[in-house]
Design a protein. Structure first.
Length: 259
């Protein structure tokens, strides 16, 4: 574990994740109220209920922290600590009953991914970590695995429909060089990268709440993440991400995406 602040915040994140998990599991027994957002993604009443609960608990316990959430916007993004929330990452799989969705609770410190927790209600799994320090899976330490070359790499990516035409060309170029590509894992695939099960994750059309918790966990497990130009990701970021378990592979992936 790192310092007292990280320990305290991670413990609290676990408590509120438990509450979010309970809301989701209760919702599985009822019909979903489904809406389509402006970006054509799904949102349900459960997404909103989980984020509302998380925000209420955070605002009561840490009123001096900022919050950025998918469903209810942001406040105080200039604070040292900003909670970055995705109440259900993978709402479409949640609706369809495919168990790869999760609650993402991240904390930005000075604008960068620092602490992350990923809770997977359907499977009872949980990952957490602090960037540059540690990561764990169900309480056991985890590390990304070494993989230097693309021809031995296992790549994951979300729905290709999230990508622009130009991004699809770049991802296809990467896909042609790796050993295998798996699509559609939502946040679960980023958890697999941190656990040393896969080697690269690449996506486009994302927001900071989609990636902050996974990045902190991956970086805690020895991996690296950036945008497609190699630049770091902060709370204002939107767009493209490439994460890898091996720094050497990350550089090769960046060059391949750039063509």
């Amino acid at each position: 574990m790192t310092d007292t602040t990280a320990s305290e915040l991670l413990f609290f994140a676990g408590q509120i994740a438990d509450e979010g998990r309970a809301i989701i599991r209760d919702a599985l027994r009822a019909a979903h109220e489904i809406d389509i957002k402006a970006d054509q993604s799904f949102v349900t009443s459960t997404d909103r209920a989980v984020e509302q609960r998380l925000r209420e608990r955070i605002e009561a316990a840490y009123p001096g922290h900022g919050i950025l959430g998918e469903e209810f916007g942001s406040r105080d993004l200039d604070k040292e600590f900003v909670w970055v929330l995705d109440p259900i990452d993978g709402t479409a799989p949640f609706i369809a009953g495919i168990p790869v969705y999760g609650i993402l609770i991240g904390i930005a410190r000075a604008g960068r991914p620092w602490l992350g927790l990923m809770d997977l209600p359907a499977t009872g799994e949980r990952l957490s970590g602090v960037s540059g320090s540690f990561a764990d899976y169900n309480g056991q330490p985890i590390r990304c695995r070494p993989c230097e070359t693309l021809d031995k790499a296992f790549l994951t990516s979300s729905n290709p429909r999230f990508l622009t035409a130009g991004e699809r060309v770049a991802v296809d170029r990467l896909d042609a060089r790796v050993a295998f590509t798996q699509y559609g894992g939502s946040c679960y695939s980023y958890g697999c990268l941190a656990r040393g099960k896969t080697d690269i994750a690449v996506d486009g059309g994302f927001d900071s709440y989609d990636v902050f918790a996974p990045i902190a966990i991956i970086e805690g497990a020895g991996g690296v993440a950036s945008d497609w130009s190699g630049a770091p990701i902060d709370v204002a970021w939107k767009g493209q991400i490439v994460a890898a378990g091996d720094q050497r592979l990350h550089q090769v992936a960046l060059a391949t995406l750039a063509g």
